[in-house]
Structure formats: C-alpha cells, structure tokens
Design a protein around this ligand. Structure first.
Ligand SMILES: NC(=O)c1ccc[n+]([C@@H]2O[C@H](COP(=O)([O-])OP(=O)(O)OC[C@H]3O[C@@H](n4cnc5c(N)ncnc54)[C@H](O)[C@@H]3O)[C@@H](O)[C@H]2O)c1
Length: 439
C-alpha cells in the first residue's frame, strides 16, 4: 500500500512515520523546503518523544520518503491524507485555505483513482467541499470517468504522547461514503488494532463532528474544574480532594479533571472557536462551549492575579521565575500557552522574567524575542527572583531542591499553576505557597 501524507507537522509527520512503521510505503509532503531537507537528514522539526527513532529507521528502510513535490508522487498512490494546518481566522472560523490548496493540487494533477482522506481538523462539510472541488476540476479537465473517493479520518493524538497515541489508539474514527473507501481504510488501520479492532465507521459529516465534539468535551471538563477550583478557593475547600472524590465515580472518571491555569495549544482554543462559529453559521448558539472559552480566558489570568494580590499590586521592578513555557509537558509547542499570557502580563506590569523550559525555549523566543531572560536551568531561572511561577508541569520541576531555592530567591513565594507541590513541604523551607483551588 502506498500513501502520501500532505503536511508534515505534528499530525502529518507522526501519522506518516507510524504508518511506515507498519510496513506502508509513505511519502510525506510539505511546502516547507527546509523542513523536508532536514527530515531527509534525520533532523526532526518538532520535539515529540520517540519520533526521531521512528523517522530515521523508516527513512533508512526506504519506507518513509520526503518531498515538496506532490504532483510528482500523486499518481503512484492509493491514498492521500491531508494533514495541513487549519488555524483560526479573526472571527473564529477555521481557515481552510491550506486544505483547499492541497485539494486543488490533487484536482489539477491526479490521473489515477485515489482515496483522499482529510485528517486535519475541519468544520463539518469540509470533506464534501474537497470532493466537489476535485470533481468539478476533473470534469473541466475532461476526466469525467476518473473516479475517486473522499473520507474523513480525524486525528485524536495528543502532543507529547503522539507516537504512542497513534500506535495504540483508543479508537479510530472514519467517515466514508463508499464500500471501497471503507475497505481501504480498514486495510490501512488493521495493523494498529490487531488485538482489539476499533475502527468506528460512520458517515463523513458525523466523523467531522466527532472530532470537534470530543475536543469540546475535554475542554469543558477542564473549564468546569477551573470554575470549581476558583470557588473552592473562596469557600475554603481543597479542589485536589474534590477532584479525587468526583473522579472515583465511574460515571465521571478521572481524566481531564485537573484544574490549572487554563488550556492552550494548537487545538482546543481554535477548535472551540470553530465550533462556536459553525453553530452560529447554522443559526444556533452553543452556550456551554461559549462559557468554556470564557472561563478559560479568565483562568489564564489567574497566576498573574495571585502574584499581584500577594504584592498588593506593587509589581513594578520585581523579578519572577517562570518554569515551563510549552502549553503542556513533553512538547515544544507554545501556541496559545498560558505561560505566554502570564509573561505578557508580567512584562506589562514592569516585572522582569527569567524563564526556563526543557524543550520550548526556542519556540518561546519566536513569540517573546529578547523581552525575557532565557535561563539555562531551573536554578538559573530562580536566581534572585521575588517569586517562582509554574505554568507547565514538566517532570523535572516536580522535586526541586527547595533548600537551594530558598537561598537563591529574594522572596520565598511559589505560585503553582498545576498543583504539583505540597504546601506543607514548601512551608517547611519557609516558602509561601499558592496553588489552584486551595485555600
Ligand atoms: N497538533 C495536534 O496535536 C493535533 C491533534 C489532532 C488534530 N490536529 C489537527 O491536524 C491539523 C494539522 O495540525 P498540526 O499541528 O500537525 O499542524 P502544523 O502546523 O504542525 O503542520 C502543518 C504543516 O502543513 C504544511 N503545509 C501547509 N500548507 C501546505 C501545502 N499546501 N502543502 C503541503 N504542506 C503544507 C506546513 O508547512 C506545516 O508543516 C490541524 O487541522 C490540527 O487541528 C492537530
């Protein structure tokens, strides 16, 4: 089986490498020449555990190829996956220009039957737009007899665990219109699900909707818990206890009940906005999801507010350590990260920032430039600071040497955006502590 994956980002590169690992011959396509040349030499453009090995091994085994030239490989393929970006426009609409550009290239150059699969997260109805565009163009080219199928195969991998998620998915959702498409997709995914075959086939519109509904549900759980946490602080309850009590109810479950300083990343924020917009386009108001977004925007300000309250608004001239810049651990992705909201607010208030992240320093620099100090490690970041704020719960932050920190910091204050520390332990080293949803 031969497939092309167009768009070699988090989703495209991981999918391509994992399909190749299962013996499929994969060509990853991107318009970014530097990225493709780098990949040919084993340079991985993103930080993702386990990915480098997979890419290098399969490239060397001649199962994983890289190119910028989609037309040249198109007609040698059984399937083409579209895995390009779908960022937000100003009004929240998903920008489909990258998806439609790829569809146009396929339409202009295909000469053999193909299955075209949308893997990007796209609003309901997009796969049909792709289908209609290609059909129209083929007809214009006088290729009325050339057949093709479309399918929707939304991706559910998590950054930071993308390879393991892709290799052992909870389920694979596939929207199809024809038996042929169903057969091809079944064949492609069989190796991943040998033990417990869980491809859920459905119609294309439902598959597209499933992706948004899933992300919206996960974001809802986060915002719900943040709302509960904020109330816990006010009434004197401890959200860590509340979370355990709630999560052990099998109807509720434990996942995604962790309060914090808001969700970020390249998916939840934009997908929530796109869902709200899709509903508006259909004359419907998604009130729950709108509240989810509002709560999240407010939650991203919580860490700054805690600092400001501690110093009674007198922040000018202070210096703060920020541990963690990526939107979550095990990734270098800083898109819509709570750390960026925090740092921008700190800088605006005249606070100097000393930041450290195990993987995302370079990415953060692209957004923040030279406005902050990029530290070499957690202790360098904390040196001479008036507070330590932790927006991202990287493992290496979990057990720092508090004795050292108590000596090198000016003020012993820790603001814990992910509830990874213990108040009593910190108190024993003379630190004031403020977590989320605790007194
Ligand atoms: N990142 C995630 O965790 C994740 C998870 C599930 C779904 N998704 C969805 O998958 C899609 C891709 O996300 P991503 O994070 O991988 O994006 P990304 O920004 O990391 O990668 C997109 C890639 O597409 C390339 N590209 C753009 N236009 C192109 C074109 N015309 N031809 C070839 N390549 C082109 C870009 O150069 C880039 O390398 C989005 O719709 C996203 O919502 C992402």
């Amino acid at each position: 089986m031969k497939i092309a994956v167009v768009g070699t980002g988090y989703v495209g590169l991981v999918s391509g490498a994992c399909f190749a690992e299962m013996g499929v011959e994969v060509t990853c396509v991107d318009i970014d020449r530097e990225k493709i040349e780098g990949l040919k030499k084993g340079v991985i453009p993103i930080y993702e555990p386990g990915l480098k090995n997979l890419v290098v091994r399969n490239h060397e085994a001649n199962r994983l190829h890289f190119t910028t030239d989609l037309p040249s490989v198109l007609n040698d393929m059984d399937m083409v996956f579209i895995a390009v970006g779908t960022p937000s426009e100003d009004d929240g609409t998903a920008d489909l220009s990258q998806v439609m550009t790829v569809a146009q290239t396929i339409a202009d150059h295909m000469t053999t039957p193909l299955l075209i699969v949308t893997k990007s997260t796209v609003p309901v109805g997009t796969s049909f737009k792709v289908r209609d565009l290609i059909r129209k163009r083929l007809d214009e080219r006088g290729m009325n007899d050339l057949t093709f199928d479309v399918a929707s195969n939304p991706e559910f991998l998590k950054e930071g665990a993308a390879v393991s998620d892709f290799m052992s998915p909870d389920r694979v959702v596939v929207g199809v219109e024809t038996e042929h498409a169903k057969e091809l997709m079944t064949r492609l995914y069989r190796p991943f699900l040998l033990n417990n075959f869980r491809v859920i086939f459905m119609d294309i519109l439902s598959a597209e909707m499933t992706k948004y509904a899933s992300n919206a549900m996960l974001a809802t759980r986060i915002s719900f818990m943040n709302d509960v946490a904020n109330l816990c602080e006010r009434v004197g309850a401890d959200v860590n206890m509340v979370r355990r009590g709630m999560g052990s109810d099998s109807r509720i479950g434990r996942s995604f009940l962790y309060p914090g300083c808001g969700y970020g990343g390249s998916c939840f924020p934009k997908d929530i906005r796109a869902l709200i917009k899709t509903a508006e386009d259909y004359g419907y108001e998604m009130r729950v999801i709108k509240a989810v977004e509002e709560v999240n925007d407010r939650q991203k300000e919580v860490l700054f507010d805690k600092l400001s309250n501690y110093f009674e608004g007198k922040l000018q001239g202070k210096t703060v350590a920020v541990w963690g810049l990526s939107f979550k651990p095990e990734t270098d992705d800083v898109r819509e990260a709570p750390s960026l909201t925090l740092i921008r607010a700190l800088l605006k208030a005249g606070v100097a920032v000393r930041a450290y992240d195990p993987a995302a320093m370079e990415e953060a620099r692209r957004s923040l430039g030279d406005t902050i100090y990029y530290a070499t490690d957690i202790y360098d970041a904390a040196n001479g600071t008036d507070a330590l704020i932790v927006p991202t719960e990287w493992k290496e932050f979990r057990l720092p040497n508090w004795s050292i920190l108590s000596k090198i910091m000016n003020t012993r204050l820790v603001i814990d955006g992910r509830n990874i520390y213990n108040r009593d332990e910190l108190a024993s080293h003379g630190f004031d502590y403020s977590g989320i949803g605790q007194k």
